[in-house]
Design a protein around this ligand. Structure first.
Ligand code: IVH
Length: 651
């Protein structure tokens, strides 16, 4: 590689990364990226004087710092006035209309993270400063450089401050907490705390591991000459920053309200947590004319979403025994309505976590519910204690089978392999959607069949007979026959489903798919080394796999004979949906899973949320926020019958 090749490779890598981290649209495989990255690393180690500041290698933090230096923002970082309902919003609007006539509004999400000021000079990122008190913050440049959605270099020579929010995507937040839980570390209460905590790491490699994302929302000191906030933001995105998942300019408060309702309606579908919508006067000269109060800009307001954190009381603790015997404490709380859902239970994760947070019966607590995630207790309000609180003790015996529990510290386990709860949960899991997908075999029915002594393991399901079922209370002819039909239908399933149903520790859906993709049904004879060669499968997983297969050889062979899973790569037909991204919403006349499978067989990717990149939204009856969002983004929509017509007219 010569110097020109090196510079060209850096450019290509930055383009790949921009597509991946900013545009959410990968244009290269991980492998291609890694190969080029390695060649850049080698060239740089041989030619240290040629290293350019925007090389992706410069994102990896240097030495561990012993503290953060204070740093001054060039222009003050303001915070926002909050309004909580339509009435308050209209009052704000009335005020601004008095200050400036003929205004239009620019609206975008209010991200729930940690604010950050980036200073670029001559196109280079020279400093990143946390908000601090608005005038002085902490210099976290090393950490900011690890965030891939923060360009190290921009095509703009003047000095400029770019402000935005550092966030952690919700799915990533759950993963980080899962890892912390398994290590016995304190959990982050919410993505905001996780983002703020990650920015204040003295070791930048920890920040790098948290996959933070930067979303710009404004500029500080600058010499831009745009007239509108919206134009300024478009310019910032064009420099290589992420654009918001939705934004709008509007001229009436009705339009603003409508956009707010839309955003509230689909808040759970966004990758990041949002806690409101920010409305700014679009004209920058009007902004300047309105100026600031002592605390806030007059030209901007945060219209908050209904809270996802609420105060309630811990009334009771119940213990759940999972399929691996782990005993999980769940709190029963005084019912509270959180953003339209009545919450009555919150997970407590494990007993170490209860002790760490010092949660007691009758405590007042703050609970958090967001999206599909199970609500959790994030804080105890100790100063509300009255003396009626009772300590929650670590259990000594299994609440289901009464056998002695093994207390391993973080985890408490029921060791009894025949404990009813363990058996019922493992059969229920094996029958679930992401495994053998046996319709109608949920926890309740599995428990009944188990209590009736008709099944003791997954293999027994396949010997169930109509005569056995019909004798059970509430099992009429149709229900019995339907269950037998769906059990029969699970035979010949894709082999990853079979593997996933075995519930091997650490081997979930993704790993099962990877293993089967590579080895098909021939997984019984695999060695640790063969498994480890698969991307993303480590030593621990491989060992758990091999050990499980050898211990349960006999049962697995019988299951393989009975279920006969197949190694089938679905044939993809040429179709009007090839490589398109499709979202389904509303009530359809067929099960969604069926339509999804059909689309996938036509080469479409079926996603769960609508974005600019969605090609089609197919909707049924009572389509709600996804439909509205598709319209606002100009995504093509099809009714279910229009979709079916298209399919039927295919050659
Ligand atoms: S504008 C001139 N826009 O919310 C006004 N702030 O509660 C400065 N935030 O400190 C802020 N999303 O960290 C603005 N789209 C957005 C935002 C946003 C999140 C944060 C920001 C600010 C805080 C105020």
């Amino acid at each position: 590689m010569n110097k020109n090749d090196y510079l060209e490779t850096v450019k290509i890598l930055n383009r790949y990364a921009h597509h991946y981290y900013v545009l959410d649209d990968a244009i290269a495989s991980d492998e291609e990226y890694d190969t080029l990255y390695k060649s850049v690393e080698i060239y740089e180690s041989e030619n240290p004087l040629h290293v350019v500041s925007n090389s992706p290698t410069q994102r990896v933090g240097g030495a561990i710092q012993d503290g953060f230096n204070k740093a001054e923002h060039r222009a003050k970082m303001w915070s926002l006035e909050d309004v909580f309902d339509q009435d308050e919003f209209e009052k704000w609007e009335e005020r601004v209309r008095k200050l400036s006539s003929n205004i239009s509004f620019y609206c975008e999400p209010k991200y729930d993270g940690a604010s950050l000021n980036l200073i670029y000079s001559k196109g280079e990122l020279i400093q990143a400063i946390t908000r601090g008190d608005g005038s002085i913050g902490e210099d976290v440049t090393q950490n900011a450089k690890t965030i891939h959605s923060i360009p190290l270099h921009v095509e703009y020579d003047e000095d400029i401050e770019i402000r935005g929010e550092v966030v952690i995507f919700k799915d990533n937040f759950e993963k980080i907490n899962e890892i912390r839980l398994s290590k016995g570390d304190t959990l982050f209460a919410n993505p905001r705390n996780a983002a703020a905590g990650s920015m204040r790491q003295l070791d930048a490699s920890i920040t790098a591991s948290r996959n933070l994302v930067f979303l710009p929302y404004g500029v500080g000191q600058n010499s831009l000459t745009f007239e509108l906030q919206s134009e300024t933001m478009e310019f910032i995105y064009s420099l290589g920053f992420r654009a918001p998942p939705m934004s709008i300019t509007c001229s009436t408060s009705e339009e603003v309200e409508k956009f707010y309702d839309e955003m509230v309606g689909c808040r759970d579908e966004f990758e990041m947590m949002l806690d409101g919508m920010v409305t700014k006067i679009d004209s920058l000269s009007s902004q300047a004319q309105m100026g600031y109060t002592v605390k806030f800009p007059r030209f901007s307001v945060a219209y908050k979403f209904p809270a996802v954190e609420k105060v309630t009381k811990v009334k009771d603790i119940i213990l759940q025994v999972g399929r691996s015997g782990v005993v999980t404490p769940v709190s029963v709380v005084e019912p509270v309505n959180i953003d339209g859902v009545v919450v009555e239970r919150a997970t407590l994760h494990n007993f170490d976590e209860i002790q760490r947070k010092d949660i007691r019966l009758n405590d007042s607590v703050i609970i958090l519910r967001s999206g599909d995630v199970i609500p959790k207790i994030i804080k105890v309000l100790e100063d509300r204690r009255t003396g009626d609180e009772k300590e929650i003790l670590r259990p000594k015996s299994c609440p289901i089978c009464s056998s002695e529990l093994l207390d391993e510290g973080v985890l408490i386990k029921c060791q009894n392999l025949t404990c009813n709860a363990r058996v019922v949960n493992s059969i229920t899991y094996a029958a679930s959607k992401q495994c053998l997908d046996i319709d109608g075999l949920g926890e309740k029915i599995v428990k009944t069949l188990y209590d009736e002594k008709l099944i003791t393991n997954i293999l027994d399901i396949y010997s169930l007979k109509y005569e056995d079922l019909i004798k059970i209370d509430k099992f009429k002819e149709k229900k019995s026959q339907n269950l037998l039909d769906s059990i029969e239908k699970s035979k010949g399933c894709e082999c990853w489903r079979f593997l996933n149903a075995l519930a091997i520790e650490h081997i979930g859906e993704v790993a099962s798919k990877q293993i089967c993709k590579k080895f098909g049904v021939e997984f019984s004879a695999l060695h640790v080394e063969q498994l480890e060669a698969i991307d993303g499968i480590g030593k621990e997983m491989s060992e758990a796999f091999v050990e499980f297969i050898s211990v349960n050889k006999e049962l697995i062979e019988k299951l393989l004979d009975t279920i006969a899973p197949t190694y089938e790569v679905a044939e993809v037909k040429e179709s009007p949906f090839s490589s398109l991204s499709v979202v389904l919403t509303g009530t359809m006349s067929k099960p969604r899973g069926e339509i999804k499978a059909l689309l996938e067989s036509l080469g479409a990717k079926v996603g769960s949320s609508v974005s600019k990149k969605t090609d089609y939204l197919i909707y049924g009856e009572d389509a709600g926020s996804k439909y509205d969002k598709a319209l606002s983004l100009g995504v093509k929509t099809l009714t279910q019958s229009e979709f079916e017509k298209m399919i039927n007219s295919m050659p």
